[in-house]
Design a protein around this ligand. Sequence first.
Ligand SMILES: Cc1ncc(C[n+]2csc(CCOP(=O)(O)OP(=O)(O)O)c2C)c(N)n1
Length: 204
Amino acid sequence: MSASEIKTSRPGNTKVMNRADMTRRLVACLQHDEAVIGGIGNTNFDLWAAGRRPQNFYMLGSMGLAVPIALGVAIAQPERRVVALEGDGSILMQLGCLATIAMLQQRNLVIVVMDNAMYQVTGAQPSATAFAADIAAIARGAGIANSIWAADEADFEQLLARALVEDGPWLIALRIDGKPAVGQTERDPAQIRDRFMRGLGVKK
Ligand SMILES: Cc1ncc(C[n+]2csc(CCOP(=O)(O)OP(=O)(O)O)c2C)c(N)n1
């Protein structure tokens, strides 16, 4: 699919959705043991609350590393689709990864950015997306042609269904509200790593 076939919706035209709801919808769309990498804080917590799949990795502690970790998994297992969940503050801290992913044209990688226009988990300080930064436009500028705002829940499900079968890389941005996450990930990094490695079939 070419970039010109994608309907782009400006952030102002997109519905404000809810992260926990969108995460549950995302997990419900998965049918092929896709890997999902949750970013620091809320994306992680809502992924945990949406059900503990062995192919989920819950990244703890570092902003902006969900996408680079997902890229590594996507390179290591090219037959598996890999989804990275990231907040706007976190992706803003690691924009260079978008250019790297575009350069590699990583076809099995889908990035979902939950944009609440703030650093919610540390006290709701506004991020640059509360002003003029547009994550989907930034990603397109980095070279990820399939970068788009989801207009609403149904649009997200349709875009995700395509992103899980058509060649990527993809970036789907969602405007979300300021409601807190509905879960809290267990902080046991060694267990998270081991379960994920077993879930990907690389450890007994
Ligand atoms: C490199 C780094 N800088 C700062 C922090 C502190 N910190 C943890 S989460 C967070 C905010 C994350 O914001 P965002 O990714 O937008 O997610 P949200 O909390 O809004 O869901 C900050 C500043 C950190 N963990 N790592």
